[in-house]
Ligand binder design. Structure first.
Ligand SMILES: NC(=O)c1ccc[n+]([C@@H]2O[C@H](COP(=O)([O-])OP(=O)(O)OC[C@H]3O[C@@H](n4cnc5c(N)ncnc54)[C@H](OP(=O)(O)O)[C@@H]3O)[C@@H](O)[C@H]2O)c1
Length: 384
C-alpha cells in the first residue's frame, strides 16, 4: 500500500473527540480533514455561521493566553446527500457515541472498501462485534475496512456547535483490531509495519503529533489491557455517579463495596471473552518479537478497585461523568456498551442466569435514573 504524504482523513462524529483529534492533526501534520456531518443543514451552518472554523480551547496546564485557543479552517465538509460519488474514503475516524456508530457509517458504505482504514475512537466495548455482525457482516458483501481502535484518555466537552474545550491532556492508545478472536495476539513486527506502510497509522504516528497528542501505538493485546482497565473504571464511576447523581469525589468514601462487586463480576466474564489475553503471560511473555505483559497483576481485584477509586474520585474528583451528564441532560447513555456489554457477553457465552446479575442491576438502575429524569422534566414542562 502506498503512503500519501498529505492524506485525506474523513471524520464521522465531529463532536468533542472528533474535533480535538482533527484540530491536532491539522496543527501537527500535513493532512486534509473532511468532516462528514449528519445532514446538509449542519454543513451549511458550519460554512455560513461558523465560517468553516473549528475552535478548540485548551484548558490544560501549559496553555495560556493566545496559546490556549486554536482555530482551524476546514476546506470541505459533506453530508450523506452531497458526498462526491467518485471519492472513496481512504482514512476514516469514527468518533460518534457508541450507539450512533452503525447509523452514522451506513450512508457512507458505498465509499468504504477493503483499502479503507477505519479507526473507532470510543469508550466501552461491543461496537466491534456489532459492526462485524451488522454493516460489515459477510452476507452484506460490503468491502471490509482495515479496522483500528483508539482508546482515548483525553477529556473534552462541547461549548457551542463547533467549539470545544479540551479539558484533559492524556494519552491516546491505538492498535489494529483483529477480525477474529483467534488473531488476538499480534507481533511487534505488525506494529512497525503499520507505522511505516499504513497511511492512517503512518499519519497518527508522525513524531510531532505523536508527542503532542501522546499517541501510543501498540499491539492489540497491549491496547486491550488499557481498554479493559478503562472499561472497568467506566463501569464503576460512570454508572454509579449517574444512578446516585453525584460528582466523582462525593462517592469516594462509600463506593468501595459497589465498585468491588462490579469489577469482580466483570472480570470473571471478561476472562472468558478475552481468554487469549488472560493466557498470554504463560504463552508469550519472554517470546521473541512479542511484548511482555502484566495481565494478572493489572486485574487483581483489590489493587484495581483502589486505583479506580483513586483515579476517579481523588485525581478526577471534581469531574461529573459523561453518563451522569447524559442522564441530567435527558440524552441516551452508553450503558449498553459499558455494564451492558458484560451482560450481553454472559448470555452469549452461556454463563448462566446469575453470571452478570450485578451488572444487569446496574444497567436497570441507570435506565431507571434516565427514565425518572425524563418523567420529571416532562412534568415540569407540562406545568409551564
Ligand atoms: N468527551 C470526552 O471527554 C470523552 C473522553 C473519552 C472517550 N470518549 C468517548 O468518545 C466517544 C465520542 O464522545 P464525544 O464526547 O466526542 O461525543 P459527542 O461530543 O456527543 O460527539 C459525537 C458526535 O457524533 C455526531 N454524530 C452522531 N450521529 C451522527 C450521524 N448519524 N452522522 C454524523 N455525525 C453524527 C454528533 O453530531 P450531532 O451533534 O449532529 O448529533 C456529534 O458531533 C464516546 O464513545 C465517548 O464515550 C469521550
Amino acid at each position: 500500500m502506498t503512503v500519501n504524504e498529505k492524506p485525506v482523513v474523513h471524520i464521522i462524529g465531529m463532536g468533542s473527540m472528533g474535533a480535538i483529534i482533527a484540530v491536532n492533526l491539522l496543527e501537527h501534520t500535513q493532512c486534509e480533514i473532511v468532516p462528514l456531518f449528519r445532514n446538509v443543514a449542519k454543513c451549511e451552518r458550519f460554512v455560513n455561521e461558523a465560517d468553516s472554523i473549528i475552535t478548540i480551547n485548551k484548558m490544560c496546564p501549559g496553555y495560556e493566553g493566545e496559546n490556549a485557543t486554536v482555530i482551524q479552517k476546514i476546506g470541505r465538509v459533506y453530508a450523506p446527500e452531497n458526498y462526491p460519488k467518485d471519492e472513496p474514503i481512504r482514512n476514516l475516524i469514527v468518533a460518534t457515541k457508541t450507539y450512533q456508530t452503525q447509523d452514522a457509517i451506513r450512508p457512507f458504505l458505498p465509499y468504504i472498501n477493503s483499502e479503507t482504514n477505519l479507526i473507532l475512537v470510543q469508550n466501552g466495548l461491543g461496537v466491534l462485534e456489532e459492526i462485524k455482525e451488522g454493516i460489515f457482516a459477510p452476507e452484506t458483501k460490503q468491502g471490509c475496512p482495515q479496522l483500528f481502535q483508539g482508546v482515548i484518555a483525553h477529556g473534552a466537552y462541547q461549548v457551542s456547535e463547533f467549539m470545544f474545550n479540551h479539558a484533559c491532556d492524556a494519552d491516546f492508545k491505538i492498535a489494529r483490531l483483529p477480525w477474529s478472536h483467534h488473531d488476538m495476539v499480534q507481533s511487534c513486527e505488525l506494529v512497525n509495519d503499520d507505522s511505516s506502510n499504513n497511511e492512517l497509522l503512518h499519519l497518527l504516528t508522525k513524531p510531532i503529533f505523536e508527542k503532542r497528542f501522546h499517541v501510543l501505538h501498540m499491539t492489540y493485546q497491549e491496547m486491550l489491557i488499557g481498554q479493559l482497565f478503562k472499561f472497568l473504571l467506566n463501569s464503576c464511576i460512570n454508572s454509579v455517579t449517574a444512578i446516585v447523581d453525584a460528582l466523582n469525589e462525593e462517592v469516594r468514601d462509600c463506593c468501595h463495596a459497589t465498585f468491588s462487586s462490579i469489577v469482580e463480576e466483570s472480570i470473571s466474564i471478561l476472562k472468558v471473552v478475552y481468554q487469549p489475553l488472560f493466557d498470554y503471560e504463560m504463552e508469550y511473555n519472554g517470546k521473541d518479537g512479542y511484548p511482555t505483559l502484566e495481565v494478572t497483576k493489572t486485574f487483581q481485584l483489590d489493587p484495581l478497585v483502589d486505583s479506580i477509586i483513586h483515579l476517579c474520585c481523588v485525581v478526577g474528583g471534581r469531574n461529573s461523568t459523561s453518563m451522569r451528564q447524559d442522564t441530567l441532560n435527558l440524552r441516551d447513555t452508553e450503558i449498553n456498551y459499558i455494564n451492558g456489554f458484560v451482560v450481553k457477553m454472559a448470555e452469549r457465552f452461556n454463563m448462566g442466569p446469575s453470571a452478570a446479575k450485578v451488572n444487569k442491576t446496574i444497567v436497570q438502575l441507570v435506565n431507571l435514573r434516565s427514565g425518572l429524569n425524563r418523567a420529571r422534566a416532562k412534568k415540569t414542562q407540562a406545568l409551564i
